[in-house]
Design a protein. Structure first.
Length: 564
């Protein structure tokens, strides 16, 4: 998630809504960075179908049960395929599933056929039992997966109870609503209608795994390329920890004949200046760029910018810092930051200042209006003067004259610049508050935030499925992604009510809008900063390379390299 932080939550409703939600939400789309081959009407492919790409961070984990970020998800998503996969338009399409599922009249039982030509990279068939094994392992409390919640969020039968220590079904993974009817038939049973189920199944959490291989690997699973078994479009061939990794096309993949790119090399490049130099010298075919390089490329055919479905925000750890339990302190911090100037003059990649958690352009409701339509500018419009007054009142309430806070961020250039800007804004507009920026490597950042060992952190969230709930349920009491000590019974109630309004989509939509308003306007539990955009450049001879608006960092399964 760099905005890569996938630090997320719980999901969902009725198939009529599914169609409207999928089609509407797809409007945020993905970006096809196609180039032209010098104006020729006929595309002639290059002899070598090789892409050289970059990532700003190393892969934190390749054990599918431990993934919480998009770098790991992208890698796993390229080497392993689940039932469904997003296409170029961010619509879920069958992958390991042989066509769309059969759905019961009550919308609670989905029956999938598994492709008979689906194989693992060792030549063995992918079976329905591989899904049963993997899903059960994900929800097993012994696995301690931070993403186990997504099964309850998808309303998979008994998933919530299996994770609940107070439930008679705690730990009884054989009661999960997934069953192999035979080697090529998988039945998924839900607690309630879940319209975004198919998009949820595109997540890395729902991939299959071969039981014999996983158990043989033990703790070594995903430690090196040899410790992975592939059934997806690619095979991981090399992983130089900290510096990069490589893929080769998986000839055993069911759709291999329609995949052009034979090899992909990914370099870890934290500094965009290095990446731009490599791009300019032809050693990279595409790269993300930062604000300092936008002017250099803007207006050129290889420049692109995509507004992502990814809000960035400050987590306020009330469990760690007593002063952050004071509502006036939180509101003062919220109002002290000039987001629009930050987005326009500092980030400069198409990102926009935000006072909301559910991003604009992500999903439309039953009324065909964007979720943001009722509050396009977000919430909590306190200006800097009001913020200063709130801070003065808070000092009196708390009996303090000053406050020292740590602000944790990733150690990438862009992340550090944003954190330093935010720290400066808070200190400048709230006299007596000092903010120390703590820079952490990506893997360490994830560990610290997951464990709650921070005071404030700049975090981002990339959705797991096409529904606003993916941004909202993470703040409920006890959610593993709620790492701030925040709890509000009314908020929990609104989310619960929304989750049970599958048959009444408009009421559900309104409950979610009410919940976001409570979270930000009344409680000010989290501080939105901006909605991220990706600015990047791609060589004109590369066609079909996608920077999705959410999910994978990159998708080259539709790409090809033209002769140049």
């Amino acid at each position: 998630m760099n905005g890569k932080r996938k630090v997320k939550w719980t999901l969902f409703l009725s198939l009529m809504l599914v169609l409207s939600m999928f089609l509407a939400a797809c409007s945020s789309g993905s970006k096809d960075t196609s180039g032209s081959a010098g104006g020729s009407g006929k595309e002639e492919l290059a002899k070598d179908q090789v892409l050289n790409l970059m990532e700003p961070v190393d892969i934190p984990s390749l054990n599918w049960t431990q993934i919480t970020d998009t770098t790991s998800s992208t890698t796993i998503g390229m080497v392993t395929s689940g039932l469904m996969r997003f296409d170029q338009n961010m619509e879920p399409k069958p992958d390991m599933a042989d066509g769309m599922p059969k759905i019961s009249k009550d919308k609670k039982v989905y029956t999938f056929k598994i492709r008979k030509d689906a194989k693992w990279s060792d030549g063995s068939p992918v079976t329905a039992n591989d899904f049963v094994f993997a899903w059960r392992k994900m929800v097993d409390p012994k696995t301690a997966s931070q993403y186990a919640f997504i099964f309850a969020s998808a309303n998979i039968k008994n998933a919530a109870k299996i994770d609940d220590k107070k439930s008679p079904l705690f730990g009884k993974v054989d009661q999960l609503g997934v069953k192999a009817l035979d080697d090529h038939t998988l039945q998924v049973t839900l607690e309630k209608p879940t319209p975004y189920l198919l998009s949820t199944l595109c997540s890395a959490s729902f991939i299959p795994q071969k039981k014999e291989f996983v158990e043989k690997e033990g703790n070594n699973l995903g430690q090196e390329p040899k410790d992975l078994l592939s059934n997806g479009p690619y095979i991981l061939t090399k992983w130089n920890h900290g510096s990069g990794w490589s893929f080769k096309k998986n000839e055993n993949y069911w759709n291999a004949k329609n995949i052009h790119i034979e090899k992909v090399n990914v370099s870890v490049l934290k500094q965009k200046s290095t990446a731009v130099n490599l791009y300019n010298t032809g050693k990279l075919d595409s790269t993300l760029i930062d604000s300092e390089f936008v002017d250099q490329f803007k207006g050129k055919p290889d420049y692109h910018s995509t507004l992502m479905a990814a809000p960035y925000f400050i987590r306020l750890n009330q469990a760690k810092v007593p002063a952050l339990k004071n509502e006036k302190v939180r509101k003062a911090i919220y109002g002290s930051i000039d987001r629009d100037t930050m987005a326009k003059d500092l980030i400069k990649d198409g990102s926009v200042g935000a006072k909301y958690i559910v991003p604009k352009g992500f999903a439309k409701g039953p009324d065909h209006k964007d979720f943001r339509s009722t509050s396009p500018n977000g919430f909590n419009a306190a200006d800097k003067q009001q913020a200063k007054k709130l801070w003065e009142q808070a000092k009196t309430d708390l009996g303090i004259k000053s406050l020292k806070l740590d602000l944790m961020t990733q150690d990438q250039d862009k992340s550090v610049k944003i954190a330093e800007y935010v720290a400066n804004q808070i200190e400048k507009n709230l006299p007596g508050v000092s903010v120390n920026v703590l820079k952490q490597p990506w893997g360490q950042y994830l560990k610290l935030e997951s464990a709650g060992h921070y005071q404030m952190s700049i975090s981002g969230w990339s959705p797991d499925y096409l529904d606003p709930m993916t941004f909202l349920d993470m703040w409920t009491t006890g959610n593993p992604m709620n790492r701030m000590g925040y709890s509000d019974k009314k908020y929990d109630q609104l989310i619960d009510e929304a989750n049970n309004l599958g048959a009444e989509p408009q009421k559900r939509w309104e409950k979610m809008q009410e919940a976001e308003k409570l979270l930000l306007d009344k409680d000010t539990a989290v501080i939105p900063l901006y909605q991220r955009a990706n600015a990047y450049v791609t060589k004109p001879y590369v066609k079909g390379l996608i920077y999705p608006s959410f999910g994978f960092d990159l998708d080259w399964t539709h790409a090809k390299v033209l002769k140049h």
